[in-house]
Write a protein that binds this ligand. Structure first.
Ligand code: ADP
Ligand code: MG
Length: 203
């Protein structure tokens, strides 16, 4: 899918600092005169907020594959409502989580199958791929210690170890798109690397 904007995503396990760094990046890019739209999943749209309640709080015993489809519905809504309009206006999109999250969490971590989720993501994104993906890498014990309360997807430390490994493998397989950033440092140190990676790609 072609567009003239710039699409950057943050990925990484819960508590790695995606929201913190996305906020810092959005502000820094706006200060440099760029037009930026910041979105996140699940929950960036009105539909997404409803789906987030189901995915994060409800005790519905959603099966792993059904969970993929709920995230997929949210993602497509985010694409149609927020991401594509902004990219067509040549804006920068800063997104917290995208298709890589489904591949890492449900495809690999949840056992739905990497290839199955990859092909589904290719379908539901119409082949939209981020220009740059910043993987905020951190050990689960460190990231979980940062969070005051844990939701149901985040509760399993061994699960997150699997997800972390999945992300690192994906980054190794797609080195042109991914930049791995050590997220077990201060916000400021992490952000220096985030900003440097983005400015390098923008220029
Ligand atoms: N580099 C950091 N060092 C220590 N605490 C951090 C750092 N980055 C973020 N935090 C804090 O850790 C928690 C999780 O960060 P957040 O940005 O919400 O992560 P995510 O969006 O990836 O789940 C928040 O309370 C945040 O203020
Ligand atoms: Mg967050």
């Amino acid at each position: 899918m072609t567009h003239r904007g710039f699409f950057v995503t943050f990925e990484g396990i819960d508590g790695c600092g995606k929201s913190t760094q996305a906020d810092l990046l959005t502000t820094a890019l706006e200060e440099r005169g760029h037009r930026v739209t910041h979105t996140f999943e699940p929950g960036g749209t009105t539909l997404g907020k409803r789906l987030r309640t189901i995915l994060v709080h409800d005790e519905l015993a959603v099966s792993p594959f059904a969970e993929v489809l709920l995230f997929a519905a949210d993602r497509r809504q985010d694409i149609d409502e927020i991401i594509l309009p902004a990219l067509h206006q040549e804006q920068i999109i800063v997104a917290e989580r995208f298709a890589d999250s489904s591949i890492a969490y449900q495809g690999i971590g949840g056992g739905v199958g990497k290839e199955r989720v990859e092909s589904l993501m290719n379908l539901i994104t119409s082949g939209l791929i981020p220009d740059l993906t910043l993987l905020l890498d951190i050990a689960p014990d460190k990231s979980l210690a940062r969070k005051a309360s844990l939701d149901k997807i985040e509760q399993r430390g061994s699960f997150l170890t699997l997800v972390r490994r999945a992300y690192l493998d994906m980054a190794a397989q797609q080195p042109a798109r991914f930049v791995i950033i050590n997220a077990a440092r201060t916000r400021e140190d992490v952000f220096q690397d985030v900003l440097a990676a983005v400015l390098k790609r923008l220029s």
